[in-house]
Each structure stands twice: as structure tokens, then as C-alpha cells.
Design a protein around this ligand. Structure first.
Ligand code: SF4
Length: 342
């Protein structure tokens, strides 16, 4: 059996949510995945995947040559029974067609839909994890169970060891901590009060700071104000799956509407997500069982962008500036102390 190909060359969060589709397809046969290099790191060790093909859309050889080389590599397999277009560009559709895939399945709203053999309705009212899962299902399928739309990540033994080491060096492997993920690729999605929140939380918790090297400056601002022995600094030094492991060991995480909330969804970590210019109704909210959503409900300019602009087009950035540390702290208390069922 040749199996299925999943094409997902979008943002990291989309790749993590695509693991719902991959898990469903893996029940039927082998699954290969084409993903960006960073996306490929999120899919490492995933037992539902036969092979991950990293594909750099902006690679050194240019888009056309890179695309051709990727197609050649994929054609070393027998033609796939089906290709699933989790990312909807014309280029992805073309790539799937040139692999010889007999069926090409994607969303009816996608740019590349003219190349699909089956178009699936894009449900704006569903979470994106469910939308992606639905690519594997017929139109009359039952709604998914909670487990079917649970994103999956698989940190390795090395990832676990690196977190053991980080925690030991930070003073304790057992003491509970709260994770903060202050970064985002989009400027208006970065809530501006993480330093104040960290100071407040440090009275009760150790604090882990999570992010990439791009977040070093805000991480330094946070760690500078906290007492020694209270900080676990995981910014810029951990692999993606080691970051997931660290998040998985946290009591809870406070994050922007960005990739760390999807890491937390996969690891089941109680989550507070801060939404500024975007809204959870886009389908990218937290999926952990215990979660809370912060957002400025009464602001008429919100949402102003699908991703979040680098700067507020109105200049005031009220969607984030008016979400206070006290408010976020109160949401964190809620997810840490769920009501006891009667
Ligand atoms: S226009 Fe409104 S929603 Fe957009 S960044 Fe500015 S304050 Fe936020």
C-alpha cells in the first residue's frame, strides 16, 4: 500500500493542529507528511507518520527548483492513494498532483481547489483542529470525539533529559511552576505586561519563560526582576519538543495567541491565552481541558486582522493595553483551581 501524503507548509501552529488529521489517516495506512523545516521538528517521533519530508518554500535554490526537487523525492514512493492539502495554496495543489496522487483532497475555500478531486467544506465555526480532521472524513461523519481533535506531540528521551537538567540547574526538579510565553511573530499579539505579571506570580510560583531566541529581550526583562532560584529560563536554548516537554510539566501556561498555546494543547497543560487583535472564533483557541481566554470583548475594532498586524492601525492598541495583569492573574487562578464537581 502506498498510503497518504499530507501537505502542510503553513505556520507551526497549523502543523501541530494537523496531527489530528494525521492520527485519523494513520488508522487506515501509512502516512507521509510534507512540512516546513520547523514544522518537521514538531512532527519528530510521531508514531503516526512513516516519513516527514522537510520542504523549505524559501530555500536556497529558489521556489521553482526546490519544488521540483521535492516532487522528485516524493515520486520515489509509488503514487500516493491520496494527498491531503492541509495548506491550500495553488503550489501545494500542484505539488500533490505532480506526485501522481490519485485523489487530492482539500478545502473548498482554498486557492488550489481547482486541482482537487474532492473539496471539503471549510467550516469557519469549527476549531481548526476539527477542520483539518474533517479532511479525512466523509460529509456525513459524526462529530469528532474530544480525543480525535487532540493535537499530539512526542518529546524524545533526549528532550526529557534536557528538561530534567534545566530544572536541576534552576534549583529544583519537583517544585511546581507556571510557564509564561511572551513572544509572537506579530507585534500586536504580544501582550505588554508579562514583566508585571511575572513579578506578581513570583510571590506564589516559580516561573518558566518559554520562547525562541527572538524572545530573548523580553525574557531578560522578566528574569531580571525575579529573585534568583525563582526562574527557569527556557528561551532560545531548547528544541521545540523540549519546550513542549517543559510546558507539559508546568502547572499552567500564560501565552499569547501563538504557537506555545498549541504546544500546551498537545501536552494538556491548563492554558490562559491572551487574544488582542485576533479572536478565538477564528478557530485557533486553546484545546487543553482547563483553559481560559482573555480578550477585550467591547472593542469595536477587534478583530482587525487574521494574524495580527505588526502595529496597531489605529495607534492606540487598546485590545492589549487594556487587558490588565490583575485580569490575567484572575484567569490563571481559575484554571489552576477548577470548581469541584458536586
Ligand atoms: S485596531 Fe483594534 S484590534 Fe487592531 S491592533 Fe488596534 S486596538 Fe487591536
Amino acid at each position: 500500500m502506498s498510503g497518504a501524503l499530507v501537505v502542510q507548509t503553513s505556520f507551526l501552529g497549523d502543523v501541530i493542529l494537523t496531527t489530528t488529521l494525521i492520527a485519523e489517516l494513520a488508522k487506515r495506512g501509512p502516512v507521509d507528511v510534507l512540512a516546513t523545516p520547523i514544522g518537521a521538528t514538531a512532527l519528530a517521533n510521531n508514531p503516526d507518520i512513516r516519513t516527514v519530508f522537510p520542504y523549505d518554500k524559501r530555500g536556497t535554490y529558489g521556489a521553482a527548483l526546490g519544488l521540483w526537487n521535492t516532487i522528485k523525492e516524493l515520486r520515489t514512493r509509488r503514487p500516493y492513494d491520496a494527498a491531503y492539502l492541509a495548506q491550500g495554496s495553488f503550489r501545494s495543489g500542484l505539488l500533490a498532483m505532480l506526485t501522481g496522487a490519485k485523489e487530492r483532497i482539500g478545502f473548498a475555500s482554498s486557492t488550489g481547489r481547482v486541482l482537487y478531486t474532492r473539496q471539503v467544506r471549510y467550516r469557519p465555526d469549527h476549531h481548526h483542529a476539527e477542520r483539518l480532521w474533517s479532511l479525512a472524513m466523509s460529509d456525513c461523519a459524526d462529530p469528532p470525539t474530544r480525543d480525535q481533535i487532540r493535537p499530539r506531540l512526542y518529546p524524545s528521551d533526549d528532550d526529557r533529559r534536557s528538561i530534567d537538567l534545566l530544572l536541576r540547574r534552576s534549583g529544583s526538579t519537583d517544585e511546581p511552576f507556571v510557564a509564561l510565553a511572551p513572544g509572537s511573530a506579530w507585534g500586536t499579539k504580544r501582550w505588554p505586561y508579562y514583566v508585571t505579571l511575572a513579578t506578581r506570580l513570583a510571590e506564589d510560583f516559580r516561573i518558566a519563560v518559554i520562547g525562541s531566541s527572538a524572545d530573548s529581550e523580553i525574557a531578560a526583562q522578566i528574569t531580571d526582576v525575579l529573585p534568583a532560584g525563582c526562574v527557569i529560563n527556557g528561551v532560545g536554548t531548547l528544541s521545540l519538543l523540549a519546550s513542549a516537554e517543559l510546558i507539559g510539566r508546568a502547572q499552567a501556561i500564560v501565552t499569547n495567541d501563538s504557537a506555545p498555546q498549541h504546544l500546551a494543547s498537545a501536552m494538556g497543560t491548563p492554558t490562559v491565552t491572551i487574544f488582542g487583535p485576533t479572536v478565538p472564533e477564528f478557530g485557533f483557541g486553546p484545546l487543553a481541558e482547563r483553559k481560559a481566554i482573555a480578550g477585550h470583548e467591547s472593542l469595536s475594532c477587534r478583530p482587525c486582522d487574521r494574524h495580527g498586524p505588526q502595529r496597531c492601525p489605529l495607534g492606540h492598541w487598546r485590545c492589549m493595553r487594556e487587558l490588565t495583569p490583575e485580569y490575567i492573574s484572575s484567569l490563571l487562578t481559575e484554571v489552576l483551581n477548577p470548581p469541584v464537581p458536586v
